[in-house]
Design a protein around this ligand. Structure first.
Ligand code: SF4
Length: 377
Protein backbone atom coordinates (compact mmCIF):
# COMPACT_ATOMS: atom_id res chain seq x y z
CA UNK A 1 0.00 0.00 0.00
CA UNK A 2 1.52 3.26 -1.10
CA UNK A 3 1.16 6.50 0.87
CA UNK A 4 2.32 9.32 -1.39
CA UNK A 5 2.52 12.12 1.19
CA UNK A 6 5.68 13.72 2.60
CA UNK A 7 6.47 16.84 4.60
CA UNK A 8 9.29 17.73 2.23
CA UNK A 9 10.57 16.36 -1.08
CA UNK A 10 14.15 15.17 -0.52
CA UNK A 11 16.25 16.18 -3.53
CA UNK A 12 17.45 12.66 -4.37
CA UNK A 13 13.99 11.05 -4.16
CA UNK A 14 12.33 9.58 -7.23
CA UNK A 15 9.48 7.86 -5.36
CA UNK A 16 5.91 8.92 -5.94
CA UNK A 17 5.82 11.39 -3.06
CA UNK A 18 4.10 14.75 -2.87
CA UNK A 19 4.39 17.50 -0.27
CA UNK A 20 1.14 17.85 1.69
CA UNK A 21 0.81 19.78 4.93
CA UNK A 22 -2.48 18.06 5.71
CA UNK A 23 -3.03 14.92 3.66
CA UNK A 24 -6.68 14.00 3.04
CA UNK A 25 -6.49 10.87 5.21
CA UNK A 26 -10.21 10.09 5.33
CA UNK A 27 -10.70 10.19 1.57
CA UNK A 28 -7.44 8.33 1.00
CA UNK A 29 -8.46 5.56 3.40
CA UNK A 30 -11.86 5.29 1.70
CA UNK A 31 -10.07 4.99 -1.66
CA UNK A 32 -7.76 2.25 -0.41
CA UNK A 33 -10.69 0.26 0.94
CA UNK A 34 -12.54 0.56 -2.37
CA UNK A 35 -9.51 -0.56 -4.32
CA UNK A 36 -8.90 -3.53 -2.03
CA UNK A 37 -12.52 -4.58 -2.47
CA UNK A 38 -12.08 -4.40 -6.24
CA UNK A 39 -9.01 -6.64 -6.28
CA UNK A 40 -10.52 -9.14 -3.85
CA UNK A 41 -13.21 -9.82 -6.45
CA UNK A 42 -10.78 -10.40 -9.32
CA UNK A 43 -10.24 -14.05 -10.23
CA UNK A 44 -6.45 -13.79 -10.03
CA UNK A 45 -6.54 -12.67 -6.39
CA UNK A 46 -9.84 -13.89 -4.99
CA UNK A 47 -9.37 -16.19 -1.99
CA UNK A 48 -5.58 -16.14 -2.16
CA UNK A 49 -3.66 -16.26 1.08
CA UNK A 50 -1.86 -13.05 2.07
CA UNK A 51 1.65 -13.60 3.44
CA UNK A 52 2.77 -9.99 3.89
CA UNK A 53 1.44 -6.46 3.91
CA UNK A 54 3.73 -3.49 3.36
CA UNK A 55 2.80 0.15 4.01
CA UNK A 56 5.37 2.14 2.03
CA UNK A 57 5.71 5.61 0.72
CA UNK A 58 6.13 8.52 0.74
CA UNK A 59 5.85 8.72 4.48
CA UNK A 60 3.17 6.35 5.80
CA UNK A 61 4.17 7.23 9.36
CA UNK A 62 2.47 10.61 8.89
CA UNK A 63 -0.86 8.77 8.81
CA UNK A 64 -3.09 8.20 11.82
CA UNK A 65 -3.18 4.62 13.11
CA UNK A 66 -6.87 4.55 12.16
CA UNK A 67 -5.85 4.34 8.48
CA UNK A 68 -3.87 1.15 9.09
CA UNK A 69 -6.57 -0.31 11.31
CA UNK A 70 -9.18 0.26 8.63
CA UNK A 71 -7.02 -1.22 5.85
CA UNK A 72 -5.92 -4.21 7.92
CA UNK A 73 -9.49 -4.95 9.01
CA UNK A 74 -10.55 -4.86 5.38
CA UNK A 75 -7.70 -7.11 4.24
CA UNK A 76 -8.64 -9.64 6.94
CA UNK A 77 -12.30 -9.49 5.91
CA UNK A 78 -11.51 -10.02 2.22
CA UNK A 79 -8.60 -12.48 2.22
CA UNK A 80 -7.29 -15.38 4.29
CA UNK A 81 -4.07 -14.36 6.08
CA UNK A 82 -1.23 -16.67 7.03
CA UNK A 83 -0.95 -16.99 10.79
CA UNK A 84 2.33 -15.10 11.08
CA UNK A 85 1.56 -12.51 8.42
CA UNK A 86 4.34 -9.90 8.19
CA UNK A 87 2.98 -6.34 8.40
CA UNK A 88 5.60 -3.66 7.78
CA UNK A 89 5.31 0.08 8.11
CA UNK A 90 7.94 2.45 6.73
CA UNK A 91 8.52 5.21 9.28
CA UNK A 92 10.51 8.39 9.29
CA UNK A 93 12.30 8.92 12.58
CA UNK A 94 10.86 12.35 13.39
CA UNK A 95 9.68 12.96 16.94
CA UNK A 96 6.01 13.30 15.97
CA UNK A 97 6.05 10.03 14.04
CA UNK A 98 7.71 8.19 16.92
CA UNK A 99 4.88 9.28 19.22
CA UNK A 100 2.52 7.25 17.06
CA UNK A 101 4.56 4.01 17.25
CA UNK A 102 2.46 2.64 20.12
CA UNK A 103 -0.75 3.19 18.17
CA UNK A 104 0.77 1.58 15.07
CA UNK A 105 1.82 -1.46 17.07
CA UNK A 106 -1.66 -1.67 18.60
CA UNK A 107 -3.13 -1.45 15.08
CA UNK A 108 -1.33 -4.66 14.14
CA UNK A 109 1.91 -3.47 12.50
CA UNK A 110 4.58 -6.01 13.50
CA UNK A 111 7.63 -4.80 11.57
CA UNK A 112 8.99 -1.27 11.43
CA UNK A 113 11.34 -0.02 8.72
CA UNK A 114 12.92 3.24 9.85
CA UNK A 115 14.38 5.60 7.23
CA UNK A 116 17.48 6.68 9.14
CA UNK A 117 19.81 7.06 6.10
CA UNK A 118 22.75 8.35 8.18
CA UNK A 119 23.85 9.00 11.75
CA UNK A 120 25.76 12.12 10.70
CA UNK A 121 23.80 15.38 10.96
CA UNK A 122 25.81 17.03 8.18
CA UNK A 123 24.99 14.15 5.83
CA UNK A 124 21.34 14.20 6.89
CA UNK A 125 21.19 17.91 6.13
CA UNK A 126 22.72 17.36 2.70
CA UNK A 127 20.17 14.59 2.05
CA UNK A 128 17.45 17.12 3.06
CA UNK A 129 16.08 14.76 5.67
CA UNK A 130 13.86 16.44 8.24
CA UNK A 131 15.19 14.42 11.21
CA UNK A 132 18.48 14.49 13.14
CA UNK A 133 20.73 11.56 14.09
CA UNK A 134 19.61 11.93 17.72
CA UNK A 135 15.96 11.74 16.72
CA UNK A 136 16.68 8.56 14.76
CA UNK A 137 18.26 6.93 17.82
CA UNK A 138 15.36 8.03 20.02
CA UNK A 139 12.81 6.76 17.49
CA UNK A 140 14.52 3.37 17.40
CA UNK A 141 14.37 3.05 21.21
CA UNK A 142 10.75 4.18 21.26
CA UNK A 143 9.94 1.48 18.73
CA UNK A 144 11.61 -1.11 20.95
CA UNK A 145 9.84 0.21 24.05
CA UNK A 146 6.39 -0.19 22.50
CA UNK A 147 7.16 -3.79 21.54
CA UNK A 148 8.51 -3.90 17.97
CA UNK A 149 10.79 -6.93 17.80
CA UNK A 150 11.50 -6.73 14.09
CA UNK A 151 13.07 -3.44 13.06
CA UNK A 152 14.87 -2.47 9.89
CA UNK A 153 17.09 0.58 9.53
CA UNK A 154 17.57 2.08 6.06
CA UNK A 155 21.01 3.56 5.48
CA UNK A 156 22.62 5.22 2.49
CA UNK A 157 26.28 5.33 1.48
CA UNK A 158 28.52 6.75 -1.25
CA UNK A 159 27.33 10.30 -0.66
CA UNK A 160 29.34 13.17 -2.18
CA UNK A 161 32.57 13.75 -0.23
CA UNK A 162 31.74 10.88 2.14
CA UNK A 163 34.81 8.88 3.13
CA UNK A 164 34.81 5.19 3.96
CA UNK A 165 35.63 6.16 7.55
CA UNK A 166 32.57 8.42 7.79
CA UNK A 167 30.33 5.67 6.44
CA UNK A 168 31.88 3.22 8.86
CA UNK A 169 30.85 5.45 11.79
CA UNK A 170 27.18 5.36 10.71
CA UNK A 171 27.35 1.64 10.10
CA UNK A 172 28.88 1.00 13.53
CA UNK A 173 26.19 3.07 15.21
CA UNK A 174 23.52 1.05 13.45
CA UNK A 175 25.13 -2.26 14.43
CA UNK A 176 25.47 -1.14 18.05
CA UNK A 177 21.73 -0.48 18.20
CA UNK A 178 21.04 -4.10 17.24
CA UNK A 179 18.24 -3.97 14.66
CA UNK A 180 17.15 -7.29 13.17
CA UNK A 181 17.58 -6.01 9.62
CA UNK A 182 19.60 -3.41 7.74
CA UNK A 183 19.09 -2.09 4.21
CA UNK A 184 22.20 -0.31 2.91
CA UNK A 185 21.83 1.39 -0.44
CA UNK A 186 24.27 3.32 -2.56
CA UNK A 187 23.09 6.83 -3.39
CA UNK A 188 22.17 7.00 -7.04
CA UNK A 189 21.33 10.18 -8.92
CA UNK A 190 18.00 9.31 -10.49
CA UNK A 191 16.65 11.14 -13.52
CA UNK A 192 13.79 13.58 -12.86
CA UNK A 193 15.06 14.50 -9.39
CA UNK A 194 16.27 17.87 -8.12
CA UNK A 195 19.62 16.22 -7.40
CA UNK A 196 19.93 15.26 -11.05
CA UNK A 197 19.49 18.90 -12.05
CA UNK A 198 22.13 19.97 -9.51
CA UNK A 199 24.50 17.25 -10.70
CA UNK A 200 24.17 18.43 -14.29
CA UNK A 201 24.93 22.04 -13.34
CA UNK A 202 27.81 21.44 -10.94
CA UNK A 203 29.16 17.92 -10.99
CA UNK A 204 28.80 16.39 -7.53
CA UNK A 205 31.85 14.75 -5.99
CA UNK A 206 30.37 11.27 -6.10
CA UNK A 207 32.65 8.27 -5.54
CA UNK A 208 34.02 6.66 -8.68
CA UNK A 209 33.24 3.03 -9.47
CA UNK A 210 36.18 1.65 -7.50
CA UNK A 211 35.39 3.66 -4.38
CA UNK A 212 31.70 2.76 -4.65
CA UNK A 213 32.72 -0.91 -4.68
CA UNK A 214 34.91 -0.30 -1.63
CA UNK A 215 31.79 0.99 0.19
CA UNK A 216 29.87 -2.08 -0.95
CA UNK A 217 32.49 -4.62 0.18
CA UNK A 218 33.25 -2.84 3.44
CA UNK A 219 29.54 -2.95 4.26
CA UNK A 220 29.23 -6.66 3.52
CA UNK A 221 32.37 -7.57 5.43
CA UNK A 222 31.50 -5.60 8.56
CA UNK A 223 27.89 -6.74 8.62
CA UNK A 224 28.91 -10.39 8.17
CA UNK A 225 31.22 -10.03 11.18
CA UNK A 226 28.32 -8.55 13.14
CA UNK A 227 26.06 -11.49 12.32
CA UNK A 228 24.00 -10.00 9.50
CA UNK A 229 23.72 -12.27 6.46
CA UNK A 230 23.66 -10.53 3.07
CA UNK A 231 20.59 -12.27 1.71
CA UNK A 232 20.23 -9.76 -1.11
CA UNK A 233 22.56 -7.22 -2.73
CA UNK A 234 21.57 -4.38 -0.38
CA UNK A 235 19.77 -6.22 2.43
CA UNK A 236 21.17 -7.82 5.56
CA UNK A 237 19.42 -9.73 8.30
CA UNK A 238 19.99 -11.65 11.47
CA UNK A 239 18.87 -15.31 11.33
CA UNK A 240 15.30 -15.71 10.00
CA UNK A 241 14.72 -11.97 10.03
CA UNK A 242 14.78 -11.28 6.30
CA UNK A 243 11.98 -9.12 4.92
CA UNK A 244 9.38 -11.57 3.65
CA UNK A 245 7.70 -8.89 1.60
CA UNK A 246 10.78 -7.90 -0.40
CA UNK A 247 11.72 -11.56 -0.86
CA UNK A 248 8.33 -11.92 -2.53
CA UNK A 249 9.36 -9.43 -5.23
CA UNK A 250 12.68 -11.18 -5.86
CA UNK A 251 10.96 -14.59 -5.91
CA UNK A 252 8.53 -13.30 -8.54
CA UNK A 253 5.44 -13.74 -6.37
CA UNK A 254 2.17 -12.03 -7.21
CA UNK A 255 1.16 -8.87 -5.36
CA UNK A 256 -1.61 -6.31 -5.23
CA UNK A 257 -0.55 -2.67 -5.08
CA UNK A 258 -3.07 -0.15 -3.81
CA UNK A 259 -2.79 3.62 -3.46
CA UNK A 260 -1.53 6.44 -5.66
CA UNK A 261 1.30 5.25 -7.90
CA UNK A 262 1.22 1.72 -6.49
CA UNK A 263 2.02 -1.22 -8.78
CA UNK A 264 0.83 -4.82 -8.85
CA UNK A 265 1.62 -8.00 -10.73
CA UNK A 266 0.14 -11.43 -11.31
CA UNK A 267 1.09 -14.51 -13.29
CA UNK A 268 -1.15 -15.18 -16.27
CA UNK A 269 -2.25 -18.66 -17.19
CA UNK A 270 -0.24 -18.61 -20.45
CA UNK A 271 3.03 -18.22 -18.51
CA UNK A 272 3.27 -14.48 -19.07
CA UNK A 273 2.68 -11.73 -16.54
CA UNK A 274 0.26 -8.82 -16.17
CA UNK A 275 1.54 -5.64 -14.54
CA UNK A 276 -0.33 -2.49 -13.64
CA UNK A 277 0.43 0.83 -12.04
CA UNK A 278 -1.92 3.36 -10.55
CA UNK A 279 -2.51 7.05 -11.19
CA UNK A 280 0.30 8.90 -9.42
CA UNK A 281 -1.39 12.17 -8.42
CA UNK A 282 -2.93 11.70 -4.94
CA UNK A 283 -6.03 13.78 -5.61
CA UNK A 284 -6.70 12.27 -9.04
CA UNK A 285 -6.20 8.82 -7.53
CA UNK A 286 -8.75 9.58 -4.80
CA UNK A 287 -11.29 11.05 -7.23
CA UNK A 288 -10.92 8.13 -9.65
CA UNK A 289 -10.92 5.30 -7.15
CA UNK A 290 -13.92 6.68 -5.25
CA UNK A 291 -15.83 6.92 -8.53
CA UNK A 292 -14.66 3.76 -10.34
CA UNK A 293 -13.39 1.52 -7.53
CA UNK A 294 -10.00 1.25 -9.21
CA UNK A 295 -7.44 3.81 -10.45
CA UNK A 296 -5.21 2.03 -12.96
CA UNK A 297 -2.94 4.23 -15.03
CA UNK A 298 -0.88 1.72 -17.04
CA UNK A 299 -1.16 -1.97 -17.82
CA UNK A 300 1.42 -4.15 -19.44
CA UNK A 301 1.42 -7.77 -20.53
CA UNK A 302 4.76 -9.52 -20.50
CA UNK A 303 5.16 -12.61 -22.67
CA UNK A 304 6.37 -15.82 -21.08
CA UNK A 305 9.83 -15.17 -22.51
CA UNK A 306 9.90 -11.66 -21.05
CA UNK A 307 8.67 -12.97 -17.70
CA UNK A 308 11.51 -15.55 -17.69
CA UNK A 309 14.08 -12.79 -18.14
CA UNK A 310 12.50 -10.73 -15.41
CA UNK A 311 12.44 -13.69 -13.01
CA UNK A 312 16.19 -14.28 -13.54
CA UNK A 313 16.93 -10.55 -13.30
CA UNK A 314 15.15 -10.38 -9.93
CA UNK A 315 16.31 -13.75 -8.63
CA UNK A 316 19.99 -12.95 -9.17
CA UNK A 317 19.66 -10.20 -6.55
CA UNK A 318 19.25 -12.91 -3.90
CA UNK A 319 22.31 -14.51 -2.36
CA UNK A 320 20.61 -17.86 -2.98
CA UNK A 321 20.07 -16.88 -6.59
CA UNK A 322 17.45 -18.37 -8.88
CA UNK A 323 15.97 -21.69 -7.81
CA UNK A 324 16.24 -23.77 -10.98
CA UNK A 325 13.54 -26.26 -9.91
CA UNK A 326 11.13 -23.42 -9.30
CA UNK A 327 12.10 -21.84 -12.64
CA UNK A 328 11.54 -25.12 -14.50
CA UNK A 329 8.18 -25.65 -12.85
CA UNK A 330 7.08 -22.07 -13.52
CA UNK A 331 8.30 -21.79 -17.14
CA UNK A 332 8.63 -25.40 -18.36
CA UNK A 333 12.36 -24.99 -19.04
CA UNK A 334 15.49 -24.87 -16.88
CA UNK A 335 17.54 -21.65 -16.84
CA UNK A 336 20.32 -23.23 -18.94
CA UNK A 337 17.76 -24.39 -21.51
CA UNK A 338 16.23 -20.94 -21.72
CA UNK A 339 19.58 -19.07 -21.86
CA UNK A 340 22.22 -21.59 -23.04
CA UNK A 341 24.66 -19.10 -24.62
CA UNK A 342 24.27 -16.27 -22.14
CA UNK A 343 24.50 -18.49 -19.10
CA UNK A 344 27.59 -20.27 -20.47
CA UNK A 345 29.23 -16.89 -21.09
CA UNK A 346 28.77 -15.77 -17.46
CA UNK A 347 29.73 -19.22 -16.12
CA UNK A 348 32.94 -19.19 -18.18
CA UNK A 349 33.81 -15.74 -16.89
CA UNK A 350 33.25 -16.94 -13.32
CA UNK A 351 30.56 -14.30 -12.78
CA UNK A 352 27.79 -16.83 -12.19
CA UNK A 353 27.89 -20.24 -10.61
CA UNK A 354 25.42 -23.11 -10.75
CA UNK A 355 25.25 -25.03 -7.49
CA UNK A 356 22.71 -27.07 -5.54
CA UNK A 357 20.06 -26.46 -8.19
CA UNK A 358 20.51 -22.67 -7.96
CA UNK A 359 22.02 -20.11 -10.33
CA UNK A 360 23.78 -17.35 -8.41
CA UNK A 361 26.33 -14.57 -8.71
CA UNK A 362 29.92 -15.27 -7.65
CA UNK A 363 31.90 -12.74 -5.62
CA UNK A 364 33.30 -11.21 -8.83
CA UNK A 365 29.81 -11.32 -10.36
CA UNK A 366 28.43 -9.34 -7.44
CA UNK A 367 30.56 -6.36 -8.44
CA UNK A 368 28.78 -6.36 -11.80
CA UNK A 369 25.40 -7.47 -10.50
CA UNK A 370 23.26 -4.90 -12.31
CA UNK A 371 24.84 -5.52 -15.71
CA UNK A 372 24.72 -9.31 -15.42
CA UNK A 373 21.12 -9.38 -14.19
CA UNK A 374 20.04 -6.93 -16.93
CA UNK A 375 21.60 -9.11 -19.64
CA UNK A 376 18.72 -11.58 -19.13
CA UNK A 377 16.04 -8.97 -19.85
S1 SF4 B 1 10.89 11.16 2.97
FE1 SF4 B 1 11.30 9.40 1.62
S2 SF4 B 1 9.61 9.35 0.17
FE2 SF4 B 1 9.56 11.38 1.17
S3 SF4 B 1 10.69 12.69 -0.21
FE3 SF4 B 1 12.17 11.95 1.30
S4 SF4 B 1 13.05 10.07 0.39
FE4 SF4 B 1 11.19 10.58 -0.77
Amino acid sequence: MHTPFCLHKCHYCDFNSHVFKQPPWEDYTAGLIKELTYYAKQAQFSGREITSIFFGGGTPSLAPASLFEAVLDKVAALFPLVKDVEITLEANPGASEAKRFQAYHDAGINRLSIGVQSFDDVELKWLERVHSADEAIKAYHMARDVGFDHINLDLMYALPHQSLAQWFVSLEKAIAMGPEHLSCYQLTVEPHTALHVTHKKQKLALPDEDLALDFFWLTRKRLAQAGYAAYEISNFAKADKHCRHNCGYWLYDDYIGIGAGAAGKWDRLDGGVRRYSNIRSPQTYIDTVLKDGVATNTQEDLSKREAMGEAVWLGLRRSQGVDDSWFTQRFGQAVDEAYPTLLRQWLNQDKIIAQHDHILLTATGLSLADDIAASFL
